[in-house]
Write a protein that binds this ligand. Sequence first.
Ligand code: ZN
Length: 177
Amino acid sequence: MGEKDNKYRLRYLDDAVLRETSAPVTALGEAEAKLLKAMAEITVAHRGVGLAAPQVGVLQRIILVSPSILPEGADTVFINPVVIWRSDDEEVEEEGCLSLLSIASPLARPARVAVKYTDVQGRGQVLEAEGLGARALSHEVEHLDGILYIDHLSRLKRKAIRDRFRKLYRELGLENR
Ligand SMILES: [Zn+2]
């Protein structure tokens, strides 16, 4: 089954769903399990390190972060995640987004964050992460409130990225999906 037929296809910049606020998850059932499976598949297929449910068109507060950038043994699925602490020190690293075709730009983010969330078993948890893990958590949680990383950039940089995105989007034939 191609991505075109998939209920959960990846959404790109200019898709209005990316600008919506997601609703809290109140129950974890079969629909959420299917959603998580699709999110994991899309993340791997596009070589991403994280994904938020709105990026596949679902306005629910669910994010996924690759285990490769989190502390060993950490959860990779975060339900109703909230960043409850940010370090004062920041790091500037290249940051991209699958909804922007992985076009990246340097961006300052807290070096460490703590995130409160519910795990897939429905238990309340807190995870502290650093570096790329902290960056991905900050980035994915923002998706749940309709925020994209380019919103943190200057107007000029944002325009340059939008132009690059639109060109690449056309070149890849994505407008004809
Ligand atoms: Zn993103």
